[in-house]
Design a protein around this ligand. Structure first.
Ligand code: ATP
Ligand code: LTN
Length: 334
């Protein structure tokens, strides 16, 4: 508990440009949770360098991501929005947790196997210990809930295991976090292969709608979306392309799939695609305008970045000092 509320922590990597999937599956849900919890939303730039990054691009994308968090509706006066690399406690706690994590456990992580296969020329130790840094992110703030996609559940499980192992040895040091998986928009699929999730690292730019795409680009991508030859608009697994378009339409409008199906009854795929483009643009355009507005106010954003990092560091240090004492590090002379 923090200020009488449960604590929520989540983060996103600034690798690639955010997609509509990231927004509907993650960010949009975060906004609905931020009244109920004491929230920490980190731009996890330390995780990003587990694969090679161009420094200037990483810096630019990280700032854009932080701006998008705010533009999407996370009030930075009420939510702690900050760069992971600005709070030294993440790396410090990670080292300690490394010593309480087994090679065997890390060897089982499917994300490591996937990324190692994808980046065979750079299988670095950071890629292997990625989940330990994620555990440090979460445990540092005594987090109760962690909104994540299904793909991150294995990392949350290992976080819980590490925390329980530590608590068993040293008493109740860490809060054991729970995952929070959103209900709608949980999985937006690729527009080019609706059996695959929409992903910011997809090489085909037509597969994803990016949050910063202009209206014409969105319309073009929707029009090119892969559907089928059934010719009917139904919300069912046999028609994954049409189902995905309906899911996007519903997630953007707040409508239920059965109502959407009724609305498009008797219409062609062209009409559905145009309607999807229109609703997506109705979501993206105000978001983009807000991003542009925030970017103008450089001094304000810089002060938010500074103040929130200080706030995060304060809470992080509280946990860190406790942990350091438990494992036997000498007290710091005052
Ligand atoms: P990458 O392609 O770099 O792996 P990604 O687009 O899959 O990235 P992540 O950075 O792994 O996205 O995830 C950020 C958040 O967005 C997570 O909470 C994840 O569950 C959510 N998310 C990502 N893609 C989708 C999607 N297609 N539908 C719904 N939610 C998604
Ligand atoms: N691994 C996550 C990003 C991430 C995260 C976290 C999410 C890093 N640290 C802590 C929740 C809590 C991802 O790739 N989506």
């Amino acid at each position: 508990m923090m200020n009488g509320k449960k604590v929520l922590f989540s983060g996103m990597q600034a690798t690639g440009n955010l997609t509509l999937g990231n927004y509907l599956g993650a960010l949009k849900n975060w906004v609905t949770l931020n009244e109920e919890y004491e929230c920490f939303y980190s731009v996890v730039d330390m995780h990003s360098i587990t694969v090679r990054q161009d420094p200037a691009t990483l810096r630019k994308r990280a700032r854009k991501l932080l701006t998008i968090y705010i533009a999407a509706g996370l009030d930075p006066e009420k939510n702690c929005i900050y760069y992971q690399s600005h709070v030294s406690g993440h790396a410090e706690l990670m080292w300690i947790l490394n010593c309480f994590t087994y090679m065997g456990e890390l060897n089982r992580m499917t994300q490591f196997k996937d990324k190692a296969a994808k980046h065979a020329d750079n299988i670095n130790a950071g890629l292997f210990t990625y989940p330990v840094l994620m555990a440090a992110d979460i445990l540092l703030y005594q987090t109760d809930v962690v909104p994540v996609g299904i793909d991150q559940m294995q990392h949350l499980e290992i976080t819980r295991d590490i925390a329980e192992r530590f608590n068993n040895l040293y008493g109740d040091v860490f809060t054991i976090p729970e995952a929070y998986v959103g209900k709608v928009g949980a999985k937006i699929m690729s527009l080019q292969d609706p059996t695959k999730k929409m992903s910011k690292s997809d090489e085909n730019p037509n597969a994803s709608i990016y949050l910063m795409d202009d209206a014409d680009t969105v319309a073009r991508k929707c029009r090119r979306a892969v559907t089928d030859s059934e010719g009917v608009i139904l919300y069912r697994d046999e028609q994954p392309g049409v189902k995905n378009l309906l899911s996007i339409y519903c997630a953007c409008t707040g409508k239920q799939p059965e109502d959407a199906v009724r609305e498009f009854d008797g219409q062609g795929y062209g009409a559905l695609k145009d309607a999807v483009a229109e609703t997506v643009n109705a979501v993206l355009q105000p978001l983009q305008a807000e991003v542009a507005r925030i970017e103008q106010d450089k001094a304000w954003l810089d002060s938010i970045i500074k103040n929130n990092a200080e706030k995060a560091q304060y809470f992080a240090n509280k946990t860190l000092r406790k942990v350091q004492k438990k494992v036997g590090f000498p007290e710091r002379p005052r």
